[in-house]
Design a protein around this ligand. Sequence first.
Ligand code: GLU
Length: 458
Amino acid sequence: MKKVEDPVADTERSRSEHNRRIEDPEHSRKVRVRIAPSPTGVPHIGNTRTVLFNWLFARKNKGKFVVRIEDTDRQRLQEGSLEKILEILDFLGLSWDEGPNVGGDFGPYIQSERKDLYQKYAKDLTQKGFAYEDEGAIRLKVEKGKSWSWNDLIHGEISFKSDVIEDFVILKSDGFPTYHLGVVVDDHLMEITDVLRGDEWISSTPKHLMLYEALGWQPPKFAHLPVIVGPDKSKLSKRHGAKSILDYKEEGYLPQALINFMVLLGWSPPPEVARRNIGEKEKELFTLEELTKIFSIDRVNTTSPVFNIEKLNWFNKKYLQMLSLPDLIGKIKDFSSRAIRTDDRQLSQIVNLVRDRMTTLTDFDKYASIFFEKGSEKPPGKEKVENAQKALQSITNWNEKAITQTLDKWIQENNLSAGDFKNTLRLSVFADNTPPIYQSLAVLSKEETLKRIEAALK
Ligand code: GLU
């Protein structure tokens, strides 16, 4: 873990590092980005998209990805959210280079451990006349008649008139910094080069620029990601499916589908990649590894992306289809106690039959249930069922090939309508929709099939 406890030494080192970068723009920029979640709840998928963009930006530029926890709003802390935030990163495979240790030791990467530091800078600013005390808190003086601007990596030039900004609190009376002071001090000391965050922080950025200037520091570059909206163009909410990644995990979505879905919320692949010679939709399938090569901030749109859950479902279906059978079975077992209890051979057969219908891993139980118990549709007339019973009894080798041969012959010899006969089999054995009926029968044992027919006759 990088040492950041010594603010003065770090500041000096950081300043010269910054200057070197400024003087020598050709020198490969040592990219350092961070995410700075507040443990005030479990972030929803929109916030996690910001995490993904930061991570990809770091990996693409061979830089560092830092995780820092901003827990200075003591009133809004929510027990357990820290662990959940890290669990999300872990599930998605977004590893960090600096930040909390796996064991949950946050070291200097949590702001409550760095209070002295912010207090020191707040005091410095007060002594230099940039800030003043007010009812136990410290406020930064905002000079009127100035304009603050930056060249946003996504939106281009953005500027604010200082007249619309009031003197703002940087250190609260409880001794904790506000977000503004905490974020500026930490981004500087942690040598963050690029701040990628949601649009909702745009109005905070001029305040941060004021702090950078007052502290004599070079600000990082800023990129504000357009906020995701629901299909009705209103701010994304729970109603639109804006749950956390952990909710999606529980519902049986795969990390690769979530990654693929999130990256296309506001980013589009370069034209040469998008023209890959495959199906219209397939050209949007990207692995995390591929994304680390092709991601770039200049292909992030300036308009708000629309959240479309159907798209996530499509990706999940696709990635489920792409899994190898053993991998898929392993994942299904995490969701289905029934699958655990089924012997491997039969389970493979069932999975093979139902996998193309599954959208999420939890769908397994839904589509596989007919192999464990009958559905609720009524059997046809007794005569038809008895005829089917005889046909099934005559099958000697119980496998798909023999079942097909025997039953097709049976249909012919008895002059039956194939459709009607198969429907009788379906209703009397499964009493529900099935994959192709002969294949479905082959998954059940002959004994179980005849038992079910017996029951249909009662
Ligand atoms: N603590 C802020 C949050 O909860 C960080 C915002 C930023 O990235 O500057 O998202």
